[in-house]
Write a new protein. Structure first.
Length: 486
């Protein structure tokens, strides 16, 4: 029986140990899935996301009106206001978390601007600096529940049931958030933030912290000037008193499961929930599936579960079942910090720990003269195909009936193959999205168009000759002229 509290900071000794053990930026288990099925599931929809976002905002406004109406004369708070503000707070400080998450991945809406608007709004509501939390979540997906690498481990061991219950008040959690924002606004980024955020984004992160702190101070001053707490009840404090819903969902994701393993089936949990909870949580109850394929939008996660569910641990049948499992695990871990839920996962024939890479693979031999990659009729519009040649790897994309593109195969942020990513066409823009962290690259120019991608991909000449797609692998674009995109 062991009671050891490990150092979860990103700059402590555990980080170096994780890197030495090969647990950082490692290859993870991947289930088997048909490339065509995955490509269909990766499609985004402005209509579906707009409907769900408008419904959430409408419920939030109705709850705000009811809460205002429930106040007594001259803003005196009556007892009947408590349930009204409880609902408002849950929609504000709880349901906003799922919107922050999905729009942060850039998968909720098809339109980038819509994802960014909702993401930044949710960041403000939740006291999260947009840049810091974007990079923090990239790391969470790279090194999920790897001690010393993942900044989003919410329940470090040993964690008692009493401490877990206290976290539902979100008093401690929100205090940490606003204190860290104030520290970044006044003193600059702390060591963990500097470890997460590349140098080119650090100044932006500081100014975001100053903006959020400044807005919160403005609400505090407003309340002081009118001699009433009411402004804070609607703007700011819902992050605290409504945060219980965020904790209610968040604890189901990883609590009690295994640390320092390279298999999301062992450190992440899928829980079957009712339609109301799924709406509030945007289907993030399918959390194993989300970690396996972050490029699949929230509305397609149930279908993704249907496609790969037989290769995962059985999902828990209800939220109640999940909480029973978590309570038992935390009780064990309060007495033995090395204890973990002993999950059994299916053997998947032919599977291994590999980078995300789905679909048929082409091997091309020879150099110099043009070589055939594929017959035109063998590649559908919107399809991507991995191409390997003499130790180099590429991605072939069919953008339209008569347009093919060939680019470098590895993401320039982390060594993840782009062949498992989504090809996103919108107007003049045609982007290939990394399947691990949602970085994007323009396949016509190679330019990195979305963080965490920064360096451009090389693009190569493509011709169509007698119904065949051919190339000589010569550069099509002056890569150095593109430079870097912050």
């Amino acid at each position: 029986m062991t009671l050891t509290r490990r150092d979860h900071s990103l700059t402590g000794p555990e980080s170096a140990v994780a890197i030495e053990r090969g647990l950082s930026d490692a290859a993870w288990f991947q289930p088997s899935i048909d490339a065509g099925v995955l490509r269909e599931l990766q499609q985004r929809s402005d209509g579906r996301a707009a409907r769900d976002t408008v419904l959430w905002l409408a419920l939030l406004l109705v709850a705000a009106w009811v809460a205002w109406w429930s106040l007594g004369v001259d803003g005196v708070i009556w007892a009947q206001a408590i349930p009204a503000f409880a609902v408002y707070g849950a929609l504000y400080g709880g349901a906003a978390d799922a919107r922050w998450h999905e729009c942060g991945h850039g998968t909720a809406f098809r339109s980038r601007w819509a994802n960014e608007v909702v993401y930044n709004l949710a960041c403000l509501m939740l006291w999260r600096g947009p840049t810091l939390w974007r990079w923090s979540h990239h790391r969470h997906h790279t090194d999920t529940i790897i001690v010393g690498r993942d900044a989003e481990i919410a329940y470090p061991r040993p964690t008692s049931l009493w401490r877990a219950a206290w976290m539902f008040t979100h008093i401690e959690g929100s205090a940490r958030l606003i204190t860290r924002l104030a520290r970044h606004a006044v003193l600059g980024l702390d060591a963990d933030a500097r470890d997460l955020i590349p140098e080119h984004d650090r100044r932006r992160a500081v100014w975001e912290a100053r903006t959020i702190v400044g807005l919160m101070l403005a609400v505090v001053i407003w309340s002081i000037l009118i001699g009433s707490i009411v402004p804070l009840l609607f703007l700011g404090l819902p992050t605290v008193y409504g945060g219980w819903l965020m904790v209610f969902f968040g604890i189901t994701q990883h609590a009690g499961l295994q640390a320092d393993v390279l298999d999301h089936r062992l450190n992440t949990r899928t829980v079957m929930m009712n339609p109301v909870l799924r709406f509030l949580y945007l289907n993030m109850n399918f959390h194993v599936e989300h970690h396996l394929y972050p490029s699949v939008p929230y509305h397609a996660l149930p279908a993704l579960h249907g496609a790969v569910g037989d290769q995962l641990a059985p999902p828990l049948p209800s939220t109640w079942a999940a909480y029973r499992e978590i309570a038992g695990a935390l009780r064990h871990q309060s007495q033995d910090s090395e204890w973990e839920i002993p999950l059994q996962v299916p053997d998947v024939p032919g599977s291994s720990h590999e980078r995300i890479d789905v679909g048929e693979q082409l091997w091309v031999r020879g150099a110099g003269a043009q070589v055939t990659l594929v017959r035109v009729d063998d590649l559908d519009v919107g399809e991507v195909r991995r191409v390997d040649r003499d130790g180099d790897t590429f991605v072939l994309c069919r953008v339209s009936d008569d347009e093919f593109r060939l680019v470098d195969g590895m993401c320039t942020h982390a060594r993840v193959h782009l062949a498992g990513g989504a090809l996103l066409v919108s107007g003049e823009r045609c982007e290939l999205e990394c399947p691990k962290h949602n970085a994007r690259f323009d396949v016509r120019t190679g330019e990195a168009t979305r963080a965490p991608g920064r360096h451009a991909l090389r693009c190569y000449t493509i011709d169509v000759v007698d119904g065949r797609v051919v190339t000589d692998f010569s550069d099509q674009v002056d890569h150095d002229a593109l430079g870097e995109r912050s």
